[in-house]
Ligand binder design. Sequence first.
Ligand code: C2E
Ligand code: CA
Ligand code: CA
Length: 801
Amino acid sequence: MALTVDHFREAAHELLPMARSAAVPLTPDQAELLADRQVQVTCRLAPLANLLHLASIVMTGLFFIPSSTGWFRPAWTGAMVLLGLNSVRWWLPRSQATYDRGRRDLWGLRAEAATWSVLNGILAWKALPVADPRQQLLLVATIAGVIGAGAMALSTERTVGFTWLWGHVLTIGTAFVATGQPTLRLLTVQLVVYGAALSLAILYLSVTFELRCRAEMAADAEREVVTLLLDDVEGGARDWLWEAQPDGALVGVSNRFAARTGRPVHRVEGRSLPDLLAELGAADHRDGRAPFDALVAALAADRAFRDLVVPVLVEGVRSWWSISGHPTPVGAGPSGWRGVCSDVTEGHRHQREVLRLATIDTLTGLPNRHRFHEALAARAATASADRRLVLAIVDLDNFKIVNDTLGHPVGDGLLRAVAQRLRHDLTADEECFRLGGDEFAILLDETGGASALARLGSFLDVLHDPFSVEGNRLEVTGCLGHAALPGDAAEPDELVRLADLALYAAKGAGPGVVRRFDRGLGERMAARALALHDLGRAIDQEQFALWYQPQIDLATGRVLGFEALLRWHHPARGLVAPGAFIDVAEETGLIVPIGAWAARRALADARSWPEPLRVAINLSPTQLVSAGFVDGFTRVLAASGVDPGRVELEVTESGVVDRHAQAALEAVRATGVALAIDDFGTGYSSFATLRALPVDTVKIDRAFVAQLDPTPGHASQVVVRAIIEVARALALGCVAEGVETVEQAALLRALGCPTAQGYLYARPMPAAQVAAYVAEATGSTQPPTSAARRSASTGPMVPPS
Ligand code: C2E
Ligand code: CA
Ligand code: CA
């Protein structure tokens, strides 16, 4: 096998690219790092290498140095041993993990290598000339071995390796030459060749080592670049990784993580994640408790968790972190943890804003009904007998009229203005909400027995000054109903219901009224609810009856006819007056079948009466405008066989303002029946509208009659006199209701009222008593007063509400 040029070419091919890449300049930091590694690796080998070296020194000193050198033998051996020990002392600390003065210490290594070679050179120079050939052989072999072994041990850094190698070649070669012996001089050439061969090895090994270090550094740099890129792209700056050991201690805490906590790395490292979060206030925040607990529970149970959003307070700034993590098994033992944190403050804020918008009434800016229920539940939970929660509901009077007549923009503007005044009036622990429409709720506390009543009135007072909306001056009043918890209500829902009832009662009592819920109100409402429940069955079970009250001709005292008045024989409550159920019947529409029954019954009863006696039947507005009313009534009227001229229908004023109602009245009046306006003077109609309506009779409300003062020219007579006169001028009949005394009857007669009705003549009586009453009345020239009253008294009756 011949050595050819190709061999050299191949060797060069191998070495040159290596040398070239090793020649690429490093940054000062990288150069420093490389030097650190080189010194470190060299020092790691040091203990073993030194041990072997010391053994060889002692062997040489004992056996290979001729005794004829005298003092030189112990001196050299001692110097070498000291140098070896010093070297160990110097190298050991440098083999440690965090070593960072490589470049400076390289000079120390070089100096040491040079010193060894000088001492070995002296050995050769002093010992070889006096040694016998056998000793020379041993010395040369030992020196060659030491040179080779040292060169290999120091090959990670070539300058140190070369210093060692060529220092030895130089000093020992010189010593060889100095002996003057031809064999040793010849050996000098051999030494140089040996040096050249070792140089190649040193070069190869050092470059290999350097390339490996460079590769490691490049990988590190690459990781940094990736991290940097992550920081920039995809909001990576808002994410950071966390890692914990099985015992929960955080490890590998990055600078970014530490920076987020506002603490240096070493103060984060080693703590547990819950510990750290607790210190950042996560568990103290209202919205932090639940996710914090969930995190602690997941960690305890070795369960992965995702996107737990916790609030943290770092250097006074609130931010929100979303934390995910999963257990990472470590061998067979308990698992460690790894996960990601993200700063989601912005998204969280956005979410809260959306939430806020969902709980705000956009028109007025007040919290809405949804928020009201939340606040109500929260405040009810902490209410006590000493600190009761009061719910006040404010409702504007006639808001619908503003809306209908001035348009919705004005209505909206008014609501905004009212909301603003209410809000302005609130104290720190009062809250105002818009429940919808023109209804506002206020939550406030009633402390230490001090009544909230005075305070509540002021919520209506804010409406006192007129509002100016889009150039309209609006005078607004409102009603307020309120209830307290505990006391009136035991639960939030009940509180709302009771305050609503109080408001309902306040509205019924007139504009600007404040009403507190009371038990009586509750009972009346309960009665209503009961009525509602039982009313449906009442018709089928024939629980209704009609009672009759006579109408008297004031001039002659003759009975002209009877008004039919509805009674309900309730199986449990006894006889119930219409005031207790007519409203409910109207609301539910049950008044339609009930009214139809009443009309049929009244006509049937009237049929049996002596011919000219008339019957008056009450009609509710709802009934009047219900589908098929006119046809139905016409049929019933015809079927009854009663002369329409004997029939009168009574309708309240509120029942005739509606256009449909007027049309129905016209139609029904065409059948020949008469129409009476009931309770005249209490509603909306005026004298002027009387003329326009298809009316035959006016009934003066009993409230006017009740307040009549017989003193001549007394003011109480003005309205009554006016009604009587207008009726006469328009050729209408006129009935005074609720006549209870002889004086009232006399006065009415004097004022020219033709007809009267009231307890003075008779209370309403069951149909069966009508015949007897009529018989008695026609047999007498005076109206049957007290006697009739006695006969008509039929026991207790549930009063109207
Ligand atoms: P209304 O039509 O004004 O009936 C007169 C009411 O005054 C009756 O009460 C009657 O008992 C009472 N009254 C009569 N004389 C006197 C008196 O001297 N003093 C006093 N303080 N009161 C007197 P009632 O029967 O309780 O009826 C109440 C209301 O119920 C009626 O008022 C009427 O609006 C309504 N109503 C009665 N029956 C019917 C009906 O069949 N259909 C409809 N839709 N409503 C009815
Ligand atoms: Ca009536
Ligand atoms: Ca009436």
